[in-house]
Design a protein around this ligand. Sequence first.
Ligand code: AMP
Length: 281
Amino acid sequence: MRIIENITEMQSWSEQSRLQGDRIVLVPTMGALHEAHLQLIREGRKRGDRLVFSIFVNPIQFSPNEDFTAYTRDLDGDLMLLEGEGVHVLFCPRTEAVYPSGFQTQVEVRELGRFLCGASRPGHFQGVATVVAKLFNMVRPQVAVFGLKDYQQYLIVRRLVEDLNFEIEIVGCPIVREADGLAMSSRNRYLNREEKKAALCLSRALRKAQDLVRQGTRDGEGILQEVRAEITREPLVHLEYLRLCDPKSLEDVETIEGEALLALAVQIGRARLIDNSLLGE
Ligand code: AMP
């Protein structure tokens, strides 16, 4: 695995690979790796010839009161996990190179960025869309792989690829969970034992919603009430949002017709966690 920090070097590597006819797959992450990141790599490997894995903790997607400084940086641990996964390039550009002085351009996916995490984290998705567009220009992949745990991010990236004419296929990978149901996240490292146990109410609540829909419930408010009850029962968990929405537009839905996305965000101790499930169909 070659490690590239320099943006120009990354671009020439990609240019060479493209000239050889290779299909480049990008898996962008912020590091602090866990099994879900490795699943993205395995999916990516099937989709092309050369896999670029990027690690970049993107400052502009964090607001000042968020965990940018505290976010886990563990390159040695990450390198160990990447061992044997068939990654061709680990791309970890420096912050000053990605955002040199004078940088002032932002990408905004207006409508999709308004809902869910966009409502509670102003500026977050502009930061995400901007860095993703930049990574696409630095790595020039034909395929990029994203996780559906960040479902809204996945939709936003698809939209930006369409709107900005990037010729990149966007692949979404299912949520990877611990055996107990907790969706894997780098931020799970912030949880102590008690908080980790409390966090199980998220997947429990989503499963409850799935059961209700399987049994024929279509009334959105009824489902949301059950899910809310499951979560508010845990005193350590503070619900930030809970929404039942259209899986394409993210507009709220009142009655499930076809498929709906149930999405939520909570705060537990120092960790802000998100989870979701598609219901119906
Ligand atoms: P992050 O490093 O947390 O920014 O995540 C990098 C990529 O991994 C994003 O596309 C995430 O959606 C994806 N990802 C993180 N956790 C999970 C998970 N539990 N299941 C599926 N994808 C995930």
